[in-house]
Design a protein around this ligand. Structure first.
Ligand code: AP5
Length: 267
């Protein structure tokens, strides 16, 4: 199934007034994961691949903020325009603003296909807020995947990235070039270079990410949810590694549930 091309993520982009045009059917075990890793490590690329594979919706706070930029000024609240200013310079947007945006879209956490969170949470405060929301919605995360890649490769990935202004599909001028220059293979939209992919903003983003990701790794590791995946190699290879990590977690979870049931039966 090409779920990604069917789900236009309108509910995520437009909040309560938005409705997705194609929702996946309810799955027995919808996948609910968080992707962590430095800017440019390939979270968005992997989210798109995993979304196609599992039918889970790709919920990216970066895409959400960039989409908000295209709204007319009447639709843009003061909080949103200040958020866009932080983003332009590569700095993290304040937690209160990000949380306000995510909370307005909490319906997306109930997506029948599950979800893949990309770029959220990014701080401990956001992780704690997400945990409360998940508890309130009676949902559980299946896994948190932390993608790892040397800094030199990250910079090469970011400086060659091109993004579709319309459907947000991601390309790279050498490793994933579009068929026709500056044109999205998926929807024909115009490809552009993100403002925060300029050298100065990249340096700020990498520093901000180093500071914010380490505590998140500890937080999710303590909860037994973290799996680290090397992000080097072709996108499909990274995706296979990620799927193997998810499947390993699922096998372990089933084995634990089985041994728990066996101990209850023995009582
Ligand atoms: P966001 O959009 O989330 O950016 P990011 O985390 O910096 O991550 P990127 O989108 O830059 O990279 P990615 O890991 O998704 O890599 P991609 O797949 O595109 O956030 C942007 C900004 O918004 C933040 O800086 C902040 O200001 C704000 N923000 C967002 N969320 C926030 C939050 N929760 N709190 C506060 N502020 C927030 O890949 C990169 C390139 O590499 C592409 O060209 C791709 O084609 C290529 N590539 C991918 N995989 C491979 C591969 N395996 N081999 C070769 N090339 C590859």
């Amino acid at each position: 199934m090409d779920a990604q091309s069917q789900n236009d993520r309108v509910a995520w982009f437009r909040g309560r007034i938005g409705k997705c045009s194609h929702l996946p059917g309810r799955l027995n075990r919808p996948l609910r994961v968080v992707l962590l890793g430095a800017p440019g490590v390939g979270k968005g690329t992997q989210a798109a691949l995993l979304s196609r594979r599992y039918g889970a919706c790709h919920l990216s706070t970066g895409d959400l903020l960039r989409e908000a930029k295209t709204q007319n000024s009447r639709e843009q609240t003061l909080a949103l325009s200040s958020a866009l200013n932080y983003m332009r310079h590569g700095a993290l947007v304040p937690d209160t603003i990000v949380w306000q945006l995510v909370r307005e879209r909490s319906g997306c956490f109930q997506c029948p296909g599950g979800f893949i969170l990309d770029g959220f949470p990014r701080t401990l405060a956001q992780a704690a807020a997400l945990q409360h929301l998940m508890e309130a919605e009676a949902l559980q995360l299946d896994a948190v995947i932390n993608f790892e890649l040397p800094a030199s490769e990250i910079v090469a990935r970011l400086s060659g990235r091109r993004t579709c202004a319309n459907c947000k599909a991601v390309f790279h001028i050498t490793s994933q070039p579009p068929q026709f220059a500056d044109t999205c293979d998926r929807c024909g939209g115009v490809l552009y270079q993100r403002e925060d992919d300029r050298a100065k903003a990249i340096a700020v983003r990498l520093q901000a990410s180093e500071r914010s990701t380490a505590p998140l790794i500890d937080f999710y590791s303590a909860k037994g949810l973290l799996s680290s995946v090397p992000a080097a190699g072709e996108p499909d290879q990274v995706c296979l590694r990620t799927m193997a990590a998810l499947e390993e977690r699922e096998v372990n979870r089933a084995a634990e549930a089985h041994s728990g049931n066996a101990s209850v039966a023995a009582l």
